[in-house]
Design a protein around this ligand. Structure first.
Ligand code: NAI
Ligand code: ISE
Length: 340
């Protein structure tokens, strides 16, 4: 069976996902696209040589008879309405992060999905599909370093645009760590604090950069995550777990070791699209396969909600400087099946 996919939002990641669905992955084709900037959608169809219809409205695309599943890759504030519309139409939907820009928005989706009675939503948290994170989780699960006591992590982007604000370091960037560390540790957060080191002069005046986010989990593990989105030198994701008897570190992406000009060096990637290219492939292939099998198993609407509740606490902590509790209601039984 070939799954007919409709894509809403043909910007950076939308185009990348269209490319992988139509050129890399098995069992799917893109039959419909939409973007509020119609030229963007038409250009994607043309550039990627798609046999796809351009829709003027995302809602019409969702309702189209030949669209069997929906990819939402538009700006965050539009996600909730499209995901709710896909659930109302009974169509599986893969939604890029954030699931919604508020915790209440995510909760609306959780409630709508639970009322529908079957999982229809997968959130685009791709790091649990990254080989490196998977290997790290295997080490933790094997008990080789005992229980995790502390994590030291970093999320560094070379630069960000002027529209990027201090809270986006949480809602747009840290949101990946919020999700993947919860998955890695099989734990939930209970409190968070944010501290601001000396500001980088490379950041726009309105942006506080870097930031350090300090979490405590229910099991008592302490996590520090450095977010530095104007680090200049590359796109760099770090994660080191300090356990009772040893340390486990996220592997670096593989790269040729170079001896040249009296230096020993390896390349550092500069773009998130390249750093997680395999993980994006695996997550979307997983969605396509799961839709065909009739049961979604990837990051759920509940995971999107848990991330949003935690992100809200982080933003409150940015503003107050205080330790802020993270209060997540108990997970409904509906979401108890294990995630991928
Ligand atoms: P972008 O700005 O390059 O593209 C977004 C596109 O959505 C634009 O073409 C815009 O015209 C369109 N759009 C906005 N509102 C719309 C609406 N109501 N209806 C139809 N089209 C609409 O942004 P980018 O970088 O592609 O990000 C899109 C989403 O993907 C964001 O939620 C972002 O957080 C997420 N993202 C996820 C990444 C990941 O690593 N999983 C990486 C980058 C982005
Ligand atoms: C972007 O939206 C992403 O999701 C990238 O993975 C992240 O590294 C970047 O900071 C975000 O702006």
């Amino acid at each position: 069976m070939t799954l007919n996919i409709g894509v809403i939002g043909t910007g950076a990641i939308g185009r990348d996902h269209i490319r992988r669905c139509s050129q890399v992955l098995q069992g799917a084709r893109v039959v419909a696209v939409n973007d509020i900037n119609r030229d963007n959608a038409a250009k994607a169809v043309n550039d990627l040589q798609l046999d796809a219809r351009v829709y003027d409205s995302g809602h019409d695309l969702i309702k189209a008879a030949d669209v069997q599943a929906v990819l939402v890759t538009s700006w965050g504030p539009s996600h909730e309405e499209f995901v709710l519309a896909a659930i109302a139409a009974g169509k599986p939907v893969f939604c890029e992060k954030p699931l919604a820009v508020t915790a209440q928005g995510c909760k609306n989706i959780v409630d709508a999905e639970a009322k529908y009675g079957k999982r229809l939503v997968q959130v685009g948290f791709m790091r649990p599909y990254d080989q490196g994170y998977r290997a790290l989780k295997q080490v933790l699960t094997s008990g080789q370093i005992g229980e995790p006591l502390m994590l030291h992590c970093a999320h560094r982007n070379p630069t960000v645009g002027e529209a990027y604000t201090t809270d986006m370091a949480i809602t747009d960037t840290l949101i990946h760590e919020i999700d993947v560390l919860r998955w890695l540790l099989d734990d939930d957060y209970v409190s968070v604090q944010v501290v601001f080191p000396r500001k980088s002069p490379k950041a726009f005046p309105h942006l506080k950069d870097p930031q350090i986010v300090l979490f405590e989990t229910a099991k008592g593990t302490r996590i520090d995550v450095e977010i530095f989105v104007n680090c200049q030198y590359g796109y760099d994701i770090q994660c080191e777990v300090v356990g009772e008897t040893g340390i486990a570190k996220l592997p670096e992406p593989s790269s040729v070791q170079l001896r040249s000009g009296a230096r020993l060096s390896t390349e550092i990637l500069t773009d998130w699209k390249d750093r997680f290219i395999d993980a994006y492939d695996v997550e979307l292939q997983g969605f396509i396969n799961d839709v065909a099998a009739g049961q979604l198993t990837g990051p759920s609407a509940w995971d999107g909600y848990a991330a949003a509740v935690t992100a809200d606490a982080c933003v409150a902590a940015q503003l107050s400087g205080e330790i802020v509790p993270v209060t997540l209601p108990a997970r409904p039984a509906f979401y108890n099946k294990p995630s991928a």
